[in-house]
Design a protein around this ligand. Structure first.
Ligand SMILES: [Zn+2]
Length: 332
């Protein structure tokens, strides 16, 4: 008897909940149709960006006033990226094309040379001095290693990862904002407000990095991956050792791994950092060799599909990096 009465109560409760859910549920089909109609009516300017940081900044600057797209498919490694014929058409048909610079994207030069005048081209690294990598891998040259290895794709030793110095990201934000303001895509008051919000968030990030990273027991970032964080390391007075050069290199040598293993022991490191969007195979090897855990440092060149869906921002990625740095470098 007791059991059947309990069952009855459960059934009644379930019916009650179902009734409330149906009563409060919005008519989602109609909403979608309305939104689609609204979208078709307004033809928005099209902005094509290459790397994630500038996609994120531009999206925040223009809000709903333009259609911003990221040329690199989510998860794709940008150093080896070459645009497809469809990508080139996409750039040629855009109103604005924003790229990160000629060192990171040497393929842009030939596209820009043949681009219609109607496309406004913005180089996000305008006015920014790229640093020269101080990578000590260059000593290898004396022992007959190929020169190509230490260089990035454009053949120089300039480091293209300038967005990892937040002052540079602010300069790029101003450059993009100024160029967009000349196109009258967004009401200039809104644009200014959006720009100020981004700059404030980046300044806060710099302050937080500065405060946290000045209190670390360990001052060396050891990363299994390519040389991405030199801007950040220099800015906050940290040493930076990696297994690869300025571009990802699939054939990391046993020597490079041994060097990092030795550094883990020498510096009594508490973590080895991996990079984003690749299997942390080398990091795991060093981890099992030394017993220290692997933590990710995300260079934000590009994001994964999951992060894209979740609307992860550049600042979100940098906050997670600071958390991991704080653990790995024991910042009090
Ligand atoms: Zn890189």
């Amino acid at each position: 008897m007791k059991a059947s009465r309990l069952l009855l109560i459960i059934v009644l409760l379930a019916l009650g909940v179902a009734a409330i859910v149906f009563a409060t549920r919005p008519n989602s089909q109609n909403n979608t149709a309305n939104t689609q109609e609204a979208k078709q009516e307004i033809i928005k300017p099209i902005i094509v960006t290459t790397l994630f940081p500038f996609y994120d900044i531009t999206s925040q600057l223009v809000g709903e006033n333009a259609e911003v797209s990221l040329l690199l498919p989510p998860g794709v490694e940008p150093h080896a990226f070459e645009p497809t014929p469809q990508d080139i058409i996409k750039i040629q048909e855009a109103d604005v094309f924003i790229y990160s610079g000629d060192v990171m994207e040497p393929w842009v030069a030939s596209i820009v040379a043949n681009i219609p005048e109607s496309v406004k081209v913005i180089n996000a690294s305008d006015g920014i001095n790229l640093i020269e990598s101080t990578d000590d891998h260059s000593h290898d040259d004396e022992h007959g290693h190929e020169d190509e290895k230490k260089e990035n794709k454009s053949g120089s030793n300039l480091d293209p990862h300038f967005w990892l110095d937040f002052n540079n990201t602010i300069i790029a934000t101003n450059t993009i904002s100024k160029a967009i303001s000349e196109l009258n895509i967004v009401d200039n008051n809104n644009l200014d407000q959006n720009k100020n919000n981004i700059v404030t968030a980046l300044e806060q990030l710099d302050t937080d990095y500065s405060n946290t990273l000045s209190k670390c027991t360990n001052k060396t970032i050891l990363q299994a991956g390519h040389r991405t964080f030199e801007y950040l390391a220099r800015k906050y007075n940290l040493e930076y050792v990696t297994t690869e050069e300025l571009s990802p290199n699939s054939d990391t040598s046993a020597q490079d791994i041994a060097k990092l293993v030795q550094k883990v022991r020498e510096t009594k490191a508490k973590a080895i950092f991996s990079e984003e969007l690749v299997e942390p195979r080398i990091a795991n090897t060093i981890s099992s060799e030394t017993g220290v855990p692997v933590l990710e440092l995300n260079g934000a060149h590009n994001i994964s599909s999951e992060q894209f869906q979740a609307k992860t921002s550049f600042v979100d990625i940098m906050r997670k990096n600071l958390e991991n740095l704080s653990i790995g470098l024991e910042c009090k």
